[in-house]
Design a protein around this ligand. Structure first.
Ligand code: DX5
Ligand code: ZN
Length: 221
């Protein structure tokens, strides 16, 4: 049976005013976003360094929103317990970042959190199939990880549709598929049609004149 999954909007704080994280989180909640997307970058797996578990802990204190943590770090196994204790609701690791993807997913689940794997644009989607029994979600990156404000790579849509088809045919129809990078109302429609249901938006939301309107439009896709 094919399940049509609900659209979930996850606001990426990467595009917000870092001097006002509490206010910005509240603004997202008021706009009606479903999740808050927290991009942790370590300066190794990707070039930039953003923020870590102490910052997540501070934000988690001021919002009830579901915290969707995207780890762009080498050796994510070291960070999982820290982020789990800091208030993550979901932890997403890159399969390119560790030799022990299974161990990481098991650890995330041992904390009773939702678990996910992410793939960079050059990683074939088939490489995630073996991890699906331990995943609630797969993140198909639609830009090279590392920076906000890039353009959505439409050639990633075939990865999304392949994954959706594979998941539905192999008993994983509950799987959430997330797209991240360059998501706006136009590209979100393409992603949704390909089978993604979790839409991460940074610049699309924080750069909008009317965040509430963009959020409503994304949720309506
Ligand atoms: C990129 C991050 C994304 C980024 C998306 O490495 O994983 O979450 O913040 O930002 P926009 O929506 O601006 O492309
Ligand atoms: Zn992200």
């Amino acid at each position: 049976m094919i399940i049509i999954k609900k659209t979930i909007v996850s606001a990426s704080l990467l595009a917000c005013d870092f001097a006002s994280l509490a206010y910005e989180s509240e603004r997202c909640a008021k706009a009606g976003v479903d999740w808050i997307h927290f991009d942790a970058m370590d300066g190794h797996f990707v070039e930039q360094i953003t923020y870590g578990s102490p910052v997540l802990k501070a934000i988690d204190k001021v919002t009830d929103k579901f915290m969707d943590v995207h780890l762009m770090v080498d050796n994510p196994e070291r960070q999982i317990p820290l982020f789990a204790r800091a208030g993550a609701d979901l932890i997403d690791i890159h399969i390119e970042s560790t030799r022990d993807v299974f161990g990481c997913l098991e650890e995330i689940r041992a904390f009773r959190l939702k678990s996910a794997v992410a793939v960079k644009p050059n990683t074939p989607i088939e490489e995630v199939y073996k991890y699906l029994p331990l995943c609630d979600m797969v993140l198909v990156m639609t830009v090279e990880p590392g920076y906000g404000g890039q353009s959505f790579m439409t050639n990633m849509l075939t990865k999304v549709s392949k994954l959706r088809e594979y998941a539905d045919k192999n008993g994983f129809s509950d799987l959430d598929i997330q797209v991240d990078g360059g998501v706006n109302v136009r590209t979100a429609r393409l992603a949704r049609n390909a089978g993604a249901n979790v839409l991460v938006a940074g610049t699309g939301l924080f750069g909008a004149a009317d965040m509430n309107a963009v959020c409503a439009a994304l949720k309506g896709i």
